[in-house]
Design a protein around this ligand. Structure first.
Ligand SMILES: Nc1ncnc2c1ncn2[C@@H]1O[C@H](COP(=O)(O)OP(=O)(O)O)[C@@H](O)[C@H]1O
Ligand SMILES: [Mg+2]
Length: 239
């Protein structure tokens, strides 16, 4: 059974149609990537899953239950956390306070502390800077903080929206290594929206290529990787 199963999802912003019936699955413990040019509907897909955008049609099943009309809080508590596009950290809060914001749906204080320690083990840089304001961190550190904040919700599935965007090549490599670690060592399933096609298809098992609110191509990442034409025609990415 799929952990997450999206079927025929449709969404619009007023008169703008963003999703035209897309179907996507994430298996338990899998890494799935969502690719496509700007405006394809990738962020909208993640926002529908996390409950921030209300779809017009279709279904979203989480562990076999329909969750389409659930609130963002309910969805977070059910085990789905989102690392939003552009990090969206709280610049005037400390690193620690930012992490605590990720645990806002939880009340188990003791475990929250030990989860913070676990995030600090994953990102020692955040521990060193735990008292610093979020806004004083570098771009790479802010991305670590955004991921760490997502982890503080204790998710089973982490949604990541362009986690490597705007980072220097070495940091991009770090982020993808972190994703592999979260999958292999923490046991998390990941749904990753990416611009870095090569890296995304390297770490994922399955990929979907979107264009104008539709899934145009999907398949095992190893196969998509070998099909440069697919990437060129649907993404406008020169490989
Ligand atoms: N808040 C919004 N209001 C109006 N239109 C939006 C909004 N967010 C996204 N859109 C439109 O929805 C479509 C899909 O956008 P988005 O999901 O952000 O794509 P992607 O993440 O693939 O770049 C685009 O046409 C975009 O202009
Ligand atoms: Mg986007």
């Amino acid at each position: 059974m799929s952990l997450l199963k999206i079927d025929g999802l449709e969404a619009n912003y007023g008169p703008v149609t963003a999703l035209r019936g897309i179907s996507i699955e994430v298996p338990e413990g899998g890494i799935v990537t969502l690719l496509g040019a700007n405006g394809a509907g990738k962020s909208t897909t993640l926002k529908c899953i996390s409950g921030v955008v209300k779809p017009r049609g279709g279904t979203i099943e989480w562990k076999g239950d329909k969750i389409l009309n659930r609130s963002p809080n309910w969805i977070t508590r059910a085990g789905i956390a989102q690392v939003p596009e552009g990090r969206r950290i709280f610049k005037d809060l400390s690193v620690s306070e930012n992490l605590m914001m990720g645990a806002y749906t939880r009340s188990d204080r003791g475990q929250i502390r030990s989860d913070e320690e676990r995030v600090f083990e994953l990102f020692p840089r955040l521990k060193e800077r735990s008292k610093q304001l979020g806004g004083s961190l570098s771009g790479g550190e802010q991305q670590m903080l955004a991921i760490g904040r997502g982890l503080m919700a204790r998710p089973t599935l982490l949604l990541l929206d362009e986690p490597s965007l705007g980072l220097a090549p070495l940091l991009v490599k770090d982020i993808f290594e972190t994703l592999l670690k979260l999958n292999q060592e923490w046991g998390l399933a990941l749904l990753v929206v990416e611009q870095n096609v090569t890296m995304a298809l390297k770490v994922s098992q399955f990929g979907y290529v979107m264009q104008l609110g539709q899934v145009m191509v999907s398949g095992p990442s190893a196969e998509l990787r070998n099909d440069a034409k697919v990437l060129e025609s649907y993404m406008g990415v020169a490989q």
